[in-house]
Design a protein around this ligand. Structure first.
Ligand code: OGA
Ligand code: MN
Length: 292
């Protein structure tokens, strides 16, 4: 029997009593979607999925994002084209060297972000599965962007309501001092516009659509824009808005990128393997084209 147990006063819940390796019945999918709309982050413990099963579970909810890697390997470690390799391993399964550019790029996940906010049509759900976890550290934190919006003063909400931000992976990586993109990578990652204030289709609630990928606010001088974004980031990631997930092997965590941010926490990534794999669902349209 499906059981939903809240993990935090504002959002996030644990879901038990189902086996995600088998095809998902439509009524079960509808219950998970309803729980996603309410909680935005769902933890499914003890799901020993392989790549094909994880992909099939994702496909039950809609269209998967193709072409996951940006700073890639010539050879992919993970077999499925729609699967994102969230690990510190190379294609031979070895821990990435301290000076490997893929490692530097991966360190960008330590910044609060929403997945694929740098794509014209960003991500809806991300589904991250733990295959191998390190002995300590490496948690993932989530922040509730609907609660963060609700807690803003009215005057601030009015000031933000119609702002449009420019997002690019290049911006977030530059924040981390990583600028070693090839000309092709630069050309593929030109900034895309996204609304700063969105309405969440699943719950009807307004939210702050923040991400480390923001590098500009349309029509604003950059220092003024970045000062505001930094301030909003601080507001939105106060502890009362944050759920921290300590991983156990075979956890599947599904989050709604439309109304949460997340970040990785550090671990000894030069010593221990951490092998997580992600399947990502596309949102319906660019945020400027979505109803509000
Ligand atoms: C991701 C991500 C954080 C982590 O998979 O999109 O940001 O803790 N992961 O690995
Ligand atoms: Mn991410």
């Amino acid at each position: 029997m499906l059981q939903i147990t809240p993990l935090h006063p504002l959002f996030a819940a644990r879901v038990t009593g189902l086996d995600l390796r088998t095809p998902l019945a439509p009524e079960l999918r509808a219950r998970i979607e309803a729980a996603m709309d309410a909680y935005a982050v769902l933890v499914f413990p003890d799901q020993a999925l392989d790549d094909a099963q994880q992909v099939a579970f994702g496909q039950a909810f809609g269209e998967l994002e193709p072409d996951p890697s940006v700073v890639g390997d010539d050879k992919r470690r993970v077999g499925h084209a729609a699967m994102n390799d969230i690990s510190n391993l190379d294609s031979a399964g070895r821990i990435l060297a301290a000076d490997d550019r893929r490692r530097f790029n991966n360190l960008g996940n330590l910044l609060w972000h929403s997945d694929s906010s740098f794509k014209a049509t960003p991500a809806k759900y991300s589904m991250l599965h733990a295959r191998v976890i390190p002995p300590h550290g490496g948690e993932t934190e989530f922040a509730d962007m609907r609660a963060a919006w609700d807690a803003l003063p009215r005057e601030m909400q009015a000031k933000l309501f119609d702002l449009v931000c420019e997002h690019s992976l290049i911006y977030s990586r530059a924040t981390m001092g990583f600028t070693a993109f090839t000309p092709e990578e630069l050309a593929r990652r030109t900034p895309v516009p996204q609304r700063l204030v969105r309405r969440h289709a699943g719950s009807g609630r307004l939210l702050l659509y923040l991400s480390a990928h923001i590098g500009e606010i349309r029509g604003w001088p950059r220092p003024e824009a970045l000062a505001l974004v930094r301030d909003l980031m601080e507001h939105a990631t106060q502890r009362q808005f944050v759920y921290r997930h300590p991983w156990r092997q075979h956890d599947l965590v599904v989050w709604d990128n439309r109304c949460t941010m997340h970040r990785a926490r550090p671990y000894e990534d030069k010593l221990y393997p951490r092998d997580l794999r992600r399947v990502t669902l596309r949102d319906s349209a660019p945020t400027l084209e979505q109803p509000r």
